[in-house]
Design a protein around this ligand. Structure first.
Ligand SMILES: Cc1ncc(COP(=O)(O)O)c(C=O)c1O
Ligand SMILES: [Zn+2]
Length: 417
């Protein structure tokens, strides 16, 4: 059983009020002595812990580093990231039928996905540790972010991608930002197994969301949503719906809420219901929620058009499943066609997202239809990556170009035809 309580006093190994704790056995570790991704005693996931957790009043400035009081450092390699829009989508809101619906568009980060929030913190930690090579496995977006932030920091970057299963925009980003790209004949989970081994052998510093500091950056999504929503509506949202792959964001948002509750800034009954959405062809988290598992069972064969969430072994499940359960949320699987429909509906409101991102809206629709989501709810859907990340999926989902003659009269005829 995971122990996600934040109550402990700072141990001797803490560095400036920060330490790492194993969520399984409670082991406490120095945070910046050496690269550490899992508990050396039991192999459990690690979580960053702090002597003090801030209230909203302690946040100032913009972007991810606005929340430095809740982070291990007060600045990092920044492009800058965070401060993303909370879009209104009035037609979609009316169509889905909820009290309010807002879209937190993480595709508006510098490399076009939420991964930038994790990288600004993770690369800062890499500098602290003095490592020279950074690495990740990726369905695409992590590799783009790692290449950009690692490049900015002047560090070597290595990315392992599942061959033929990464959207074109993401590979292009990783290539141009200077990562060494290894295309593996296997899926994302196989890439993560290998890169974890490389990291354990000291070949590279791992910057997947298994790295607890990545999630520290990503928890700022939660702080931003709550602050913006409260400023506009005078209350917090009832529910946050998000796509789930490795379950990093689900874990990170839950950590943001736990910290705010611990600081006395958020009441237990104000914590939004965390609601995860997976593609039907890659839904081990949904299975775990439905079956009451404490961890997911690995799916060896995964397939979905939403390649960013084509993941069968979500490493952060032991942190994320308790978050979904404790907040009264749920998890739901959606068909690829429903994802594409949601991608179109968002695009019609001017919000351009990649397929995985649209899963959140597809999931919300399904849960409304099933009556799980109430019409009186205030809902925020997270969209995790930009439309241009996957230009092929966007073109396939959108209208066909119409060939016309190079002639105004012919075009007028065509338009009236
Ligand atoms: C666009 C997009 N959405 C969602 C996810 C999944 O996020 P998480 O691993 O935090 O569940 C990813 C991760 O690769 C992604 O790139
Ligand atoms: Zn342990």
């Amino acid at each position: 059983m995971s122990d996600l309580s934040l109550a402990a006093a700072a141990p001797d190994c803490a560095d400036d009020g920060v330490w790492l704790a194993c969520i399984e056995c409670g082991e406490q570790l120095a945070p910046f002595d050496e690269p550490t991704y899992r508990c050396p005693d039991c192999g459990g996931l690690l979580e960053a812990r702090y002597e003090q957790y801030p209230t909203f009043e302690e946040f100032s400035g913009r972007g991810v580093w606005r929340y430095d009081a809740a982070l291990p450092f007060d600045h990092g390699v920044s492009l800058p990231e965070g401060d993303t829009p909370l879009h209104e989508v009035p037609r979609l809101e009316a169509d889905v039928g909820v009290r309010s619906l807002r879209i937190k568009h993480e595709g508006m980060n510098p490399t076009g996905s939420f991964k930038d929030r994790g990288m600004t913190v993770g690369v800062r930690v890499a500098e602290e540790l003095g490592v020279s090579r950074l690495a990740c496995a990726s369905t695409g977006n992590t590799s783009a972010a790692l290449a950009a932030y690692g490049g900015r920091a002047g560090l070597e970057t290595l990315v392992l991608l599942p061959a033929g299963k990464v959207a074109a925009g993401k590979v292009a980003q990783a290539a141009l930002h200077g990562a060494r790209i290894l295309e593996v004949d296997g899926n994302f989970d196989a890439c993560l197994d290998i890169v974890s081994e490389l990291a354990d052998r000291g070949e590279a510093y791992l910057l997947n969301s298994l790295n607890p500091f990545r999630l520290e950056g990503q928890k700022t999504i939660g702080f931003e949503i709550l602050e913006t929503f409260r400023d506009e509506y005078g209350r917090f949202p009832d529910r946050i719906v998000l796509p789930v792959g490795n379950a990093g964001n689900t874990a990170a948002l839950y950590k943001a809420f736990r910290e705010l509750v611990r600081a006395g800034a958020l009441a237990e009954d104000e914590v939004p219901m965390l609601t995860g959405v997976q593609a039907a062809g890659a839904a081990p988290m949904v299975e775990a929620i439905e079956e009451g598992y404490e961890d997911t069972e690995r799916w060896e064969d995964v397939e979905t058009r939403a390649t960013a969430i084509r993941i069968g072994n979500p490493v952060n499940a032991p942190k994320a499943l308790p978050g979904i359960r404790a907040t009264g949320g749920t998890a739901v699987a959606v068909a690829d066609d429903a994802i594409t429909d949601a991608q179109r509906a968002l695009a019609e409101e001017g919000v351009g997202v990649e397929p995985a991102s649209a899963a959140s809206v597809a999931g919300l629709r399904k849960l409304r239809e099933e009556g799980v989501v109430d019409d009186g709810e205030d809902v925020v859907c997270l969209t995790t990556g930009h439309l241009l990340k996957d230009p092929d999926a966007a073109a396939a989902a959108g209208a066909e170009p119409e060939p016309v003659a190079n002639d105004t009269e012919a075009i007028l005829d065509h338009l009236s035809g």
